[in-house]
Design a protein around this ligand. Structure first.
Ligand code: 8DG
Length: 133
């Protein structure tokens, strides 16, 4: 099966990370995730992420680090999730697709109902939290 590359943004600010909840009209409705989206043909991952965050949250970000990609098999597809740590550099958050978003500290993260592909990213993020936040 084809592996679908998906970028996602770990946006950090004031010791917290932004997570967004997928809406009923999206895949994995109700699941929380790091916002982002699928790579388009010929697009590099960082440009994809900047585009997706602008489309979905209406803000500008700057990438500051990368974390380890995660491959995950869903029943109907396999994705390769490419995580980037990022800074919010401009604009105001205005959700285009997600149901809601929030800022969470290290202790609150694991209480969310996350997309399962994001769990390894969450573990890596909490391990490296002190250095990244
Ligand atoms: N954006 C994002 N998608 C994730 C995460 N974790 C996870 O399993 N996914 C899944 C959900 C979707 O099946 C797929 C990404 O699709 P998407 O719907 O966000 O991408 P897109 O905006 O380009 O979608 P579309 O053009 O097909 O509507 O990856 C995550 O942290 N962020």
């Amino acid at each position: 099966m084809k592996i679908i590359p998906v970028t996602c943004a770990i946006i950090l600010q004031d010791g917290k990370v932004l997570l967004a909840q997928r809406s009923e009209s999206m895949d994995l409705p109700g699941k929380w995730e790091f916002p982002g989206g699928k790579l388009e043909e010929g697009e590099d991952p960082e440009s994809c992420l900047i585009r997706e965050i602008k489309e979905e949250l209406a803000i500008d970000i700057r990438v500051t680090a990368t974390l380890t990609p995660v491959e995950f098999d869903y029943p109907t597809k396999t994705i390769r999730l490419l995580p980037f740590v990022a800074q919010w550099i401009g604009g105001e958050i205005d959700l285009a697709e997600h149901a809601q978003y929030g800022w969470y500290d290290q202790n609150q993260l694991f209480s969310l109902d996350l997309a399962p592909a994001d769990l390894p990213i969450l573990h890596e993020l909490t391990e490296k939290w002190i250095n990244l936040v």
